[in-house]
Design a protein around this ligand. Structure first.
Ligand SMILES: [Zn+2]
Length: 259
């Protein structure tokens, strides 16, 4: 017969062994889970980037198609990129609301309440400054509203003249013509943020204009005049004009392809 005094000691030893075994098991399981998560994270991150890029492409394709539909009601003329006063409900994205645009369609899924582009921290909003989608305004709709007069109704840059009332019938190659694309508020290095509603081709290199090429994992997303969207790597090389004022890539911007 076991002495009564030894029973608590044996029970204590058995309980202690059980705890130690369970902790080791848990540590092994946790280690495996941590390893699995570490292995899966890059794949999940890539999937998320891909999904957001595809949603953005869908948005920009819809906006480009809405622009084409708009021209049907306005004698074939593209919408103006803005009114002379901003945020009066007459900027290009407002004018496309009847044709398929909405705040959801105009919201790139990579944009949140706070991100930084070229040293400028900003948050998405459905207005001229923070919409984050820009229109090819220099070539398609430069200040077309009555009352927004330009000298000789045109602007010249890189030896190319922009005129008002650009017609869709003048587009040489709709599959190549950028209508809208990812953009960011322009900055001259100061605290005041400029608009993001235009891609404004003439100053792409001097004021960080043009298509944003970093938002979607070093690609730029653009919507073309035939309503399809393209995901373009290295936008400075493949979409933007060169800094010295040359006409590289002008075929993607100028509906008349004057290069
Ligand atoms: Zn985007």
């Amino acid at each position: 017969m076991t002495p009564i005094g030894q029973q608590p000691g044996r029970r204590e030893l058995r309980v202690s062994r059980t705890h130690a075994f369970t902790i080791i098991e848990m540590m092994v399981v946790i280690s495996i889970l941590v390893l699995l998560i570490a292995l899966l994270m890059p794949a999940l991150s890539k999937a998320r980037i891909h999904t957001r890029r595809m949603v953005c492409a869908s948005n920009l394709g819809q906006l480009a198609a809405a622009t084409t539909t708009y021209t049907n009601d306005y004698n074939g003329v593209f919408p103006p990129h803005r009114h002379c006063a901003l945020n009066t409900g007459r900027d290009w994205f407002n004018l496309l609301e009847e044709y398929g645009n909405s705040p959801e369609v105009s919201h790139c899924p990579e944009l949140s309440e706070s991100q930084t582009d070229f040293g400028v921290t900003w948050g998405w909003n459905y207005d001229a400054h923070y919409i984050g989608y820009g229109y090819n305004g220099f070539f398609l709709g430069v200040y077309s509203h009555p009352g927004c007069h330009l000298t000789n109704n045109s602007i010249t840059s890189h030896g190319i003249r922009s005129t008002r009332w650009t017609r869709i019938s003048s587009v040489v190659e709709p599959t190549k013509l950028i209508v809208v694309g990812d953009s960011h508020p322009k900055s001259n290095g100061g605290a005041n943020l400029g608009v993001s509603l235009t891609l404004w081709w003439p100053f792409i290199h001097s004021f960080t204009e043009g298509v944003n090429g970093t938002r979607h994992h070093d690609t730029g997303v653009v919507g073309m005049a035939d309503g399809h969207a393209e995901i373009v790597p290295d936008v400075d090389e493949n979409l933007h004009p060169v800094a010295d004022g040359g006409r590289d890539n002008l075929e993607y911007w100028d509906p008349l392809q004057r290069n």
